[in-house]
Design a binder for this molecule. Structure first.
Ligand code: P61
Length: 469
């Protein structure tokens, strides 16, 4: 194999550009030696969630809450108004959400799953169906805990890591229509649409698809709610790859997309560049009244929702920063830089390259391992052993068990996610990561799988333990 590196610009057939920021404060990294890594991993039950972060070198577990805040966000923290009720920072947050997402009523929550809990409790009647564009772990769990039955209506291409369709997050409207015909519109709680589909590899939804979805759901009187967690990144893909959007700013595309939906929930720990925070926003006044009543039971008063005033201020500023075109471009293109390097070395990853992470196709790393030997969990362990890089399993462990039968859910996708925090790592870090993946690829034939020793009841991937086979 001839290996030749290409600059970011060469990869995209144009002159290079650089991050639209410079570094003002640094956090030293530490790398422990191989023997110490072997011990740390065994103690963590071969689960990267159970490692101490002090034992991690480059942390690509998640892009959630791991972004670097700007000097303006830190300055905003100092203006925190920690009043129990009516904090000024809440009103700043409300204004930022109205301006950039366009929804009328805002309920803050401590993070995304707090919002998922509230919307699921209020909008789902026991036994109703909740169609969505592939499941997300916490989203589906809250829907199920509220008595809902999740149904995957994403397009077939999403389940194929090698399909290069540009909008693999799209809902298959025929699948949705068939569900409505079969079960009746009154038995559909709402359609749960995620902007960039995390479990599919960060794949976007097109503007054409959300418009058509809006038309279909409106015809049946069904509500359409958006998981806006990485919707800014979705807007970037529309700008780049959908006809008619190339000259529109990200901010305008985001607004237009949201206009086709009735409300949204958000984990602001991703797109919005904060370490903690979330919200729920909705246009319907009556539903809002119910939500803002429920938030006081589980999160906190409706003007803080489990957050400090300073956290809401950082979020309000982060929202405005997050929609700047040059920011989004540099964020998504850094992910792409890593992906193109790996592709050039013929390492199997999910294509097209998504917005927040590179997803390694663990089935093609380890064709000799059955899904019960946890190939993606194994690959995450191998990367850590090689270099101290932390990644995350997104396969059979993450998919959990069928609540009705108790059997493993068996997703077609068996992926290991290298998730890139925003504004944190440099291109040199990406090179180090790529070389570690290459090392794991080189030793793939002799890699043995894992055996599951323990799994907790909810969201098992966070706390499950394994041993080497
Ligand atoms: C992540 F392993 N994501 O990707 P909260 N919707 C979407 C998310 O990506 C999301 C939430 C809602 C995480 C953190 C995490 O199985 C896992 O603020 C599209 O985390 O409560 C979170 O937002 C929930 C990691 C969550 C996981 C669940 O890394």
């Amino acid at each position: 194999m001839s290996i030749h590196l290409q600059t970011m610009g060469q990869q995209s057939g144009r002159r290079s550009w650089a991050e639209p920021w410079k570094i003002k404060m640094v956090e030293p990294l530490r790398m422990i030696d191989r023997t110490a890594r072997e011990q740390a991993l065994a103690e963590a039950g071969y689960n990267t969630f159970l490692l101490r972060s002090d034992d991690v070198y480059i942390d690509l577990l998640t892009d959630s809450g791991t972004s670097a805040m700007s000097d303006r966000q830190w300055a905003g923290m100092m203006t925190g108004d920690e009043a129990y009720a009516g904090s000024r920072n809440y009103y700043n947050l409300e204004a930022a959400i109205r301006r950039h997402y366009g929804y009328r009523h805002v309920v803050p929550t401590h993070q995304g799953r707090g919002a998922e809990h509230l919307i699921s409790q209020v909008a789902i009647r026991r036994g109703q169906f909740v169609p969505g564009n592939m499941y997300f772990t916490t989203t589906r769990l809250h829907q199920e805990l509220a008595g809902g039955i999740f149904v995957d209506v994403i397009c077939d291409e999403a389940h194929d890591p090698q399909s290069t369709a540009p909008f693999k997050g799209n809902v298959d409207l025929a699948k949705l229509e068939a569900l409505i015909d079969r079960e009746g519109a009154e038995n559909i709680a709402y359609v749960s649409l995620a902007g960039t589909v995390n479990m599919a590899g960060g794949q976007p939804v097109s503007m054409a698809n959300v418009r058509a979805l809006r038309e279909l759901t409106a015809r049946h009187g069904i509500r359409l709610y958006l998981d806006a967690t990485r919707m800014v990144e979705n807007a970037f893909f529309i700008q780049q790859n959908e006809d008619g959007w190339g000259d529109k700013p990200i901010a305008a595309i985001l607004r237009e997309f949201c206009e086709h939906t009735d409300g949204a929930w958000m984990s602001a720990k991703k797109d919005s560049l904060v370490n903690i925070g979330g919200w729920l926003a909705i246009n319907d006044r009556d539903l809002f009244e119910e939500l803002r009543n429920l938030v006081v039971v589980y999160e906190g008063l409706h003007t803080y929702g489990g957050l400090a005033g300073r956290d809401m201020e950082a979020m309000a500023i982060g929202i405005a920063e997050s929609v700047a075109d040059e920011h989004v471009r540099s964020r998504v293109e850094q992910v792409r830089y890593l992906g193109e390097l790996l592709s050039e070395w013929e390492i199997p990853i999910v294509r097209p390259i998504g917005g927040h992470a590179i997803f390694l196709d663990a089935r093609r790393f380890y064709p000799h391992l059955s899904q019960d030997e946890f190939p993606a969990q194994t690959l995450a362990a191998e990367l850590y052993l090689d270099s101290g890089i932390r990644s995350m399993e997104r396969g059979i462990v993450s998919a959990g068990r069928d609540p009705a039968t108790g059997e493993h859910n068996r997703p077609r996708l068996e992926l290991t996610r290298l998730t890139i925090p925003r504004r944190v790592y440099t291109q040199a870090h990406m090179d180090v990561v790529a070389e570690s993946v290459l090392a794991a690829w080189g030793s793939r034939a002799s890699t043995r799988g894992l055996k599951l020793l323990y799994e907790p009841k909810y969201l098992r991937f966070f706390q499950a333990r394994f041993e080497r086979l």
